[in-house]
Design a protein around this ligand. Structure first.
Ligand SMILES: CC(C)(COP(=O)(O)OP(=O)(O)OC[C@H]1O[C@@H](n2cnc3c(N)ncnc32)[C@H](O)[C@@H]1OP(=O)(O)O)[C@@H](O)C(=O)NCCC(=O)NCCS
Length: 173
């Protein structure tokens, strides 16, 4: 596996075209530009992050993102995606860890998310980051009525350990 240097930063308006490309490649019912605009502009409640490659010539490509909301002591992970050609290099894990660390800094006690029952890749990633299933929403997704699992993780435990990572900083793998 080739090493990749990357930066995790707050999402802003200028990221949205690349974010939408990834969103459309990843989901059957993708979020719209205006949905992401709400994430970007709702500062104080919404904390969207992007991961970009670093150390290359020209504009560094955007490789993935995570969108989270703080709601009364809970951190809701509302979206997480990595471009198909950049998967299985640890970026999804790093984005999720950055979001969880941010939740701790914001004083959240738990992180929560919904995931499709069939999404084994995402469920495994979440389990490895301390999430466990706390509920089932039957026929939750409007496009195909698939069930959603609700997963939760405590944020009271120590910050996620990893090599030289700062959620607004960078890391080389
Ligand atoms: C789910 C998703 C975000 C995971 O992103 P990712 O960047 O591939 O995630 P990671 O690389 O951190 O981890 C995935 C796997 O790669 C493995 N991996 C991580 N670094 C690795 C490396 N250097 N070499 C080989 N494998 C590696 C991880 O161990 C993990 O394997 P496992 O599932 O067998 O444990 C991505 O598949 C995606 O965008 N899916 C579509 C959108 C989606 O479903 N989002 C979630 C909605 S709830």
């Amino acid at each position: 596996m080739a090493s990749v240097a990357f930066d995790i930063q707050r999402m802003n308006r200028s990221d949205l075209s690349e974010v939408l490309e990834i969103e459309q490649a990843c989901f059957t019912t993708p979020w719209s530009r205006s949905s992401f605009m709400v994430e970007v502009e709702n500062t104080g409640r919404s904390y969207p992050l992007v991961v970009r490659a670093r150390g290359r010539e020209g504009v560094a490509p955007l490789m993935g993102y995570v969108c989270v909301w703080r709601v009364q002591g809970e951190l809701w992970i509302n979206n997480l995606a990595v471009h198909p050609s950049h998967r299985r290099r640890g970026l999804g894990t790093r984005l999720l860890q950055a979001a969880l660390d941010m939740g701790r800094k914001l004083g959240c006690e738990h992180a929560l998310l919904e995931v499709r029952l069939s999404n084994q890749q995402a469920r495994r990633l979440y389990r490895h980051q301390g999430f466990h299933t706390v509920g089932l929403r039957r026929r939750y997704y409007p496009d195909d009525l698939e069930d959603a699992l609700v997963m939760s993780a405590s944020l009271r435990l120590r910050p996620t350990t990893r090599r030289g990572h700062d959620w607004m900083g960078s890391e080389t793998r």
